[in-house]
Design a protein around this ligand. Structure first.
Ligand code: NAP
Length: 274
């Protein structure tokens, strides 16, 4: 299916690896211009090189110019980081057609151990940062008649995970805000806003949680991976490429009637009917 998004500009946050990279990669394969971000400059530049190669492949098949890939190393959870994105040379300023909000998840642990500062950091990264990004681009999208905003949240929004209190709380706040925003007047101007809820995807973040469990329990890492995968009806973890494929579809005109949704990608792990 031709998604019809070639030549559009996407901001993909947290894109040097994992789910953000999976989304950037799927968009590059559709000829989308990318501004990607992460804090670590070296892995980000490496990701940019791979994305340029994917874009060049699309361009040679389509007989078009290569899509642009601009990489800005910054912390997206800070005002300075976001300003660096808007001011990036070669980028579109704030005139993005597609924005994927994403940053690292907050730390795990018993809520009794978290301080007010820990909560402020989690709310800033996983609720306020997406809202600030959206605020900067939304009216421009509506004025131009096309916009796709996607937020990576978590399956924890639907089925809270006890050791992820910070994530459960902060992301639920974002989810409530998005539910209202998606149904506001912007919906009549070609702008959709949706959340992507990953279950267990094979990324460094997931591996870090398994390594933590291995250290805590003394069990071998491979045993933990195996038993975690066995609990998923699909009997495996998701891949960033699968995640990216849904992201790219949701960015297309074909997905224009999908709005205000929380799309769970979890291999069937969530046990409810709805
Ligand atoms: N993987 C899963 O199974 C899963 C499940 C539920 C929820 N999630 C959530 O989905 C999101 C992505 O997870 P992932 O598995 O893709 O993680 P990952 O593999 O650790 O990748 C995170 C990416 O975000 C970047 N990043 C982190 N903090 C940032 C910041 N402040 N500013 C800019 N970039 C930042 C990282 O690069 P730098 O470190 O260099 O900045 C990296 O590129 C996280 O919020 C995670 O909690 C993941």
């Amino acid at each position: 299916m031709d998604l019809g998004i070639a030549g559009r500009w996407a901001l993909v946050c947290g894109a040097s690896k994992g789910l953000g990279y999976g989304c950037a990669s799927a968009l590059a394969a559709e000829g989308v211009h990318l501004l990607i971000n992460a804090r670590g400059a070296v892995p980000l530049e490496q990701a940019a090189r791979q994305l340029r190669a994917a874009g060049a492949q699309w361009a040679s098949a389509a007989g078009q110019d290569d899509p642009k890939v601009v990489a800005i190393a910054c912390d997206i959870t800070t005002p300075e980081g976001r300003e660096a994105v808007w001011a990036a040379g070669g980028g579109p300023g704030r005139d993005f057609d597609i924005v994927l909000t994403n940053a690292g998840g907050p730390p795990m642990g018993d809520f009794r151990g978290f301080t007010a500062d820990d909560w402020q950091r989690a709310v800033n990264a996983n609720m306020l940062t997406p809202i600030e990004l959206i605020k900067a681009v939304l009216d421009g999208m509506a004025a131009r008649g096309y916009g796709r905003i996607l937020n990576i949240t978590s399956s924890a929004v639907k089925a809270p995970i006890d050791i992820l209190a910070l994530s459960n709380g902060a992301r639920s706040g974002l989810t409530g805000f998005i539910a209202g925003l998606a149904r506001s007047e912007i919906a009549a101007h070609g702008v959709t806003v949706n959340n992507l809820l990953p279950g267990k995807f094979d990324t460094d973040r997931l591996n870090a949680t398994f390594e933590g469990a291995a250290q805590k329990t003394g069990k071998p890492l491979q045993d933990i991976r195996r038993s975690q995968a066995a609990q998923i009806p699909a009997r495996r973890f998701g891949t960033p490429a699968e995640f990216g494929a849904l992201c790219a579809f949701l960015c297309s005109p074909q997905a224009g009637y999908i709005n205000g949704q929380n799309l769970l990608l979890d291999g069937g792990l969530y046990p409810g009917t709805f």
